[in-house]
Design a protein around this ligand. Structure first.
Ligand code: PDD
Length: 286
């Protein structure tokens, strides 16, 4: 069975789905996206992703597509048509394909391009990586200044993952002025003396939907949360560390730049938060 994707109002086999060569997502990375996980055939944190999508569009003065109000239905339809139990749904909206490459935004009324597709990942929540913990390296953060907008400009994060791979690690955390901003595709946390420390929100990081949920659950469980920048030196000396994202949930980090954290296995705080997050978000999944 061929995967069914959604492009501008149509459900099509992936081989038949087409986007214009003039699409501004392709030419200028002029597009925004969301990744929503699916567990047991249901969408995790859909409302949060939907709200952030609207914010990304509005921060970029990008016209919302006419189907904005139908996105939940489209997500569900793709889950059903592709028989997704566990996996991810990728959604991308670009400023459309006006014809002719022009730096200026296209005339008002140019239809945005809307693409959604599924990636099946059986056992997504039961990953061996989460059981063993992952290793990260630090790299300089050279991205643009509006990282709070979820744009498809992902070349540097992609290069960061390759730098990590080359160094024999799993991922990279990015550093600006000595402070950790975030991971290449996740939000970063350390734990010191039982306190969970993660960078405060601003334009320097993406406002993670998983981050918001995890911090809420942590506070509800009477854990102490400090939202402030932390240095990479603090991170290397932390008791434990972890990152969060829609695709990784809560992922324990056991090594930073070669420095082993604790006893080199996932720490109790990360382990507990992963359990709570998975339990609670399954309950509210749609
Ligand atoms: N990435 N920071 C960055 C730079 C990200 O790309 C992501 C998500 C996050 C975590 O956000 P959330 O919890 O809302 O997924 C933080 C997605 C998963 C991706 O690009 O595949």
């Amino acid at each position: 069975m061929s995967r069914i994707v959604y492009v501008n109002g149509e459900y099509l086999p992936e081989e038949e789905a087409k986007v214009s060569v003039f699409d501004r997502g392709f030419l200028f990375a002029d597009g925004v996206y969301e990744v929503t996980s699916v567990l047991g055939g249901k969408l995790i944190d859909f409302d949060g992703h939907f709200r952030r999508l609207q914010r990304s569009l509005s921060e970029l003065d990008m016209q919302a597509p006419e189907v904005l109000g139908e996105l939940l239905e489209i997500h569900r339809e793709l889950v059903a048509r592709n028989e997704i139990g566990d996996g991810l749904i990728y959604l991308q909206i670009t400023r459309g394909a006006p014809g002719d490459r022009d730096f200026a935004f296209p005339p008002e009324g140019t239809a945005p391009t809307v693409v959604l597709f599924t990636q099946s990942k059986p056992g997504l929540a039961d990953s061996p990586q989460a059981r063993a913990g992952v290793r990260v390296i630090s790299i300089e953060d050279i991205r643009w200044g509006r990282r709070d907008i979820k744009t498809v400009q992902l070349l540097y994060p992609s290069m960061g993952k390759m730098m990590a791979k080359k160094a024999g690690a799993d991922d990279a955390w990015m550093i600006e002025d000595g402070f950790v901003t975030e991971g290449t595709s996740n939000n970063a946390y350390i734990v010191r003396g039982g306190r969970i420390i993660t960078r405060n929100l601003g334009t320097e990081i993406l406002h993670g939907i998983t981050r918001a949920a995890v911090l809420r659950f942590a506070r509800e469980a009477q854990m102490t949360v400090e939202e402030r920048p932390f240095t990479i030196d603090e991170a290397r000396e932390a008791d434990e560390a972890f990152f969060t994202s829609a695709s990784a949930f809560v992922m324990p980090v056991v090594e930073i730049d070669g420095a082993v954290l604790g006893n080199g296995t996932p720490g109790p705080v990360a382990t507990r938060l992963r359990e709570i997050y998975l339990d609670e978000s399954r309950k509210t999944a749609v």
